[in-house]
Design a protein around this ligand. Structure first.
Ligand SMILES: *[C@@H]1O[C@H](CO)[C@@H](O)[C@H](O)[C@H]1NC(C)=O
Ligand SMILES: *[C@@H]1O[C@H](CO)[C@@H](O)[C@H](O)[C@H]1NC(C)=O
Ligand SMILES: *[C@@H]1O[C@H](CO)[C@@H](O)[C@H](O)[C@H]1NC(C)=O
Ligand SMILES: *[C@@H]1O[C@H](CO)[C@@H](O)[C@H](O)[C@H]1NC(C)=O
Length: 249
């Protein structure tokens, strides 16, 4: 393990502990009504447990809260229901790298407040927190007809089925489908796949690369589609190692 990475982990953990300590100290003071909290809003609305979990694991929830507190533009969030997530092909989320999970969540967040009536006049494609709106990257289009608002990614066409929350700064809309960005879900050309396991929707097919991997030894070679889990294991080991180090000090 490189000393740099190790030191960075330690630093991150120390910072985390400091934050926790500060939080506990200031918790004794009576809290004011508090800043807008996207998690709290979604928890109250119910049926968004998967999206809430993604907001937490990717830390996008904290970013939204911080950005809302610091910007005048406001924000808009498209929140897919638990039903929307369960109608994805099984295992879809698990095949995504952690970076892709962050991008997926950011693709559901617009860096400005858009009311239902403003949707009638926005110009496509809309910019999301995921960035580039060019075809093949993270384009998001809105189409309206009367009061109906649809959101199209080039892969899915979702319908805004409800306004969960709006206060002039933050708008949270319920959508009936997970907004799948082209960048992650458009089927990659089979020839170009040496980089992180392609986010194919078909989990049953093994990539040819996995079959060819030079690993006929005794140790079980992880198939290509497990690389995400292995990376996670690496992180867990790193964190546990760092903890031991801290205790040892
Ligand atoms: C936001 O709300 C969630 C759930 O109610 C809570 O766990 C979290 O600590 C809150 N975050 C902030 C910054 O208040
Ligand atoms: C919100 O912004 C104020 C002023 O910019 C800052 O003092 C405060 O710490 C921020 N709160 C959070 C939760 O980011
Ligand atoms: C929105 O999507 C629904 C279902 O896919 C479709 O029936 C409807 O015509 C769409 N409306 C608009 C304005 O695109
Ligand atoms: C989104 O809108 C732009 C501009 O109207 C258009 O060029 C593009 O094809 C649309 N993409 C999708 C996926 O609807």
């Amino acid at each position: 393990m490189s000393p740099l990475i190790f030191s960075l982990s330690l630093l991150a953990i120390s910072l985390h502990s400091c934050t926790l300590t500060l939080g506990q100290n200031s918790a004794s003071a009576p809290a004011p009504s508090g800043p807008t909290n996207i998690t709290k809003i979604l928890e109250k609305a119910g049926q968004f447990t998967t999206f809430i979990r993604l907001l937490k694991t990717t830390q996008a929830g904290d970013q939204i809260n911080t950005q809302l507190n610091n910007s005048k533009q406001g924000m808009t969030v498209f929140a897919p229901t638990d039903n929307a997530f369960s109608s994805l092909e099984a295992g879809t989320l698990n095949t995504l790298s952690s970076q892709q999970q962050v991008q997926l969540v950011q693709f559901h967040v617009l860096p400005s407040f858009i009311s239902t009536s403003q949707f009638q006049t926005v110009s496509n494609p809309l910019r999301t927190q995921a960035g580039d709106t060019s075809p093949g990257d993270f384009p998001l289009n809105v189409t309206t007809s009367g009061n109906q608002v649809n959101v199209s990614t080039g892969i899915v066409d979702a319908t805004v089925s409800n306004t969960i929350y709006t206060d002039g700064e933050l708008a949270v809309y319920q959508v009936d489908k997970v907004l799948q960005p082209m960048s992650i879900f458009a089927s990659p050309s089979p020839a170009t796949a040496p980089s992180p396991a392609p986010a194919t929707l078909n989990l049953k097919k093994k990539s040819p690369a996995a079959a060819l991997s030079p690993s006929s030894g005794s140790d079980d070679a992880p198939p290509a589609d497990k690389s995400g889990a292995d990376r996670l294991n690496g992180v867990v080991v790193l964190v546990i190692g760092a903890f031991w180090f801290v205790f040892w000090l």
